[in-house]
Design a binder for this molecule. Structure first.
Ligand SMILES: *[C@@H]1O[C@H](CO)[C@@H](O)[C@H](O)[C@H]1NC(C)=O
Ligand SMILES: *[C@@H]1O[C@H](CO)[C@@H](O)[C@H](O)[C@H]1NC(C)=O
Length: 358
């Protein structure tokens, strides 16, 4: 990859942390300062705990579901349509699939009508579709943290997808393989679907890459372009988050990584409500947990992110070459199923991390 492309990708990843989803940009509101935000979050968590039963009512019960696809969206109808289209042409092997589409409200309580229309008119060919209007504005934290609430004995696989992604037809095939193989490892907190990422170490350069021959690797920082949690670790993370929110002085800062610098900037500008992932990164760091990434040849991904493409190639290129669908995994190879019992682990600089090997 050319150097300038890399810089653009770095900038882009930063922007994603900053703006995904574009709540803050599209909402012309003052962002509440840190304290207000925490109070709001605490209230929301309480309301959710209280209403979880009600939410569950409309769910298909866990024990009858193999895959739950959680799509989170606010006001981007076109992106949603594109994502849903890719979900319809993916392979599900006749298994029991539920598609939950969660639509957030604006801060003054409105559901974006066109987004709702796209969601409700969409015909999912492979299972049950349920459109959920959030009952109030939950923001990116609520979208990620309160849309999958599995029972303690649930064995369903869940995947959380923001609206600006497209999935590979093989994303569920992949999820089944890695969940089966790695859920039992206590240090694996989940599975990212993206095939491309920057390195997150402070001052690091270049793309994140596993040494040749590895189809998977573990990494300390979550990739949010499609994430499928390990249920056990996800519940632990959410419980921890609810507790830590109450410590007003606590900040989830991890030494020597870029996301920490971004988060610090947000603290100064009162925009931490845009970066839920920092809490996940901190929790993983503290509990020595890692996210599993795929490492397919050519950085092919089980998802691609459309914002990446727009910035990546700029205006001057032919439409085809800007189409990030080119970076989707569209051909399955048998070697993708031959995974090591224990994946190689990289640190935030992309170096092989041999500390405390099991
Ligand atoms: C999970 O627990 C519920 C009762 O709490 C039970 O009805 C259900 O069969 C259990 N499911 C599994 C997969 O064990
Ligand atoms: C969700 O919001 C849409 C758009 O405002 C509305 O038409 C629909 O009835 C709402 N659905 C529920 C269950 O409240």
């Amino acid at each position: 990859m050319r150097n300038s492309s890399l810089q653009v990708l770095m900038l882009l990843t930063f922007l994603c942390f900053l703006f995904i989803p574009l709540y803050m940009v599209s909402n012309q509101y003052e962002t509440p300062p840190e304290e207000t935000w925490r109070r709001t979050m605490l209230q929301q968590q309480e309301i959710y705990t209280y209403t979880e039963q009600n939410y569950r009512m409309s769910y298909i019960q866990d024990e009858t579901v193999d895959l739950r696809i959680v799509v989170i969206v606010f006001n981007r109808a076109d992106s949603l349509l594109r994502l849903l289209g890719s979900l319809n042409v993916a392979f599900y092997f006749g298994e029991r699939v539920v598609l939950d589409i969660w639509i957030d409200r604006s801060k003054d309580g409105l559901i974006h009508e066109n987004t709702f229309r796209i969601a409700s008119e969409f015909q999912f060919k492979h299972g049950v579709k349920i459109v959920h209007n959030h009952t109030f504005h939950v923001g990116i934290y609520g979208q990620w943290l309160n849309t999958w609430t599995p029972k303690s004995n649930s064995s369903e696989i869940a995947v959380i997808l923001e609206d600006d992604l497209t999935v590979s037809p093989y994303f569920y095939k992949w999820l089944k393989i890695v969940h089966t193989k790695y859920d039992k490892l206590v240090e694996v907190n989940g599975y990212s679907l993206q095939g491309i990422s920057i390195k997150h170490g402070e001052g690091s350069e270049g793309l994140l890459e596993a040494p040749f021959g590895n189809i998977v690797f573990l990494y300390p920082v979550i990739g949010t372009w499609g994430f499928s949690p390990n249920r056990r670790n996800w519940v632990k993370f959410k419980d921890w988050f609810d507790v830590m929110l109450q410590y007003e002085k606590f900040q989830p800062l991890v030494p020597n990584i870029l996301p920490t610098s971004w988060y610090k900037t947000f603290i100064k500008t009162g925009k931490t409500e845009g970066m839920w992932s920092m809490w996940h990164i901190y929790h993983s760091w503290m509990s020595r947990e890692y996210t599993l990434y795929p490492a397919f040849p050519g950085h092919l991904g089980l998802t691609v992110n459309w914002k990446e493409s727009g910035l990546h190639y700029g205006q001057g290129f032919a439409r085809e070459s800007r189409d990030p669908a080119h970076n989707l995994l569209t051909r399955w190879r048998p070697e993708y199923e031959h995974l090591p019992n224990y994946p190689i682990r990289l640190d935030a600089y992309g170096n092989i991390d041999t500390d405390n090997e099991p």
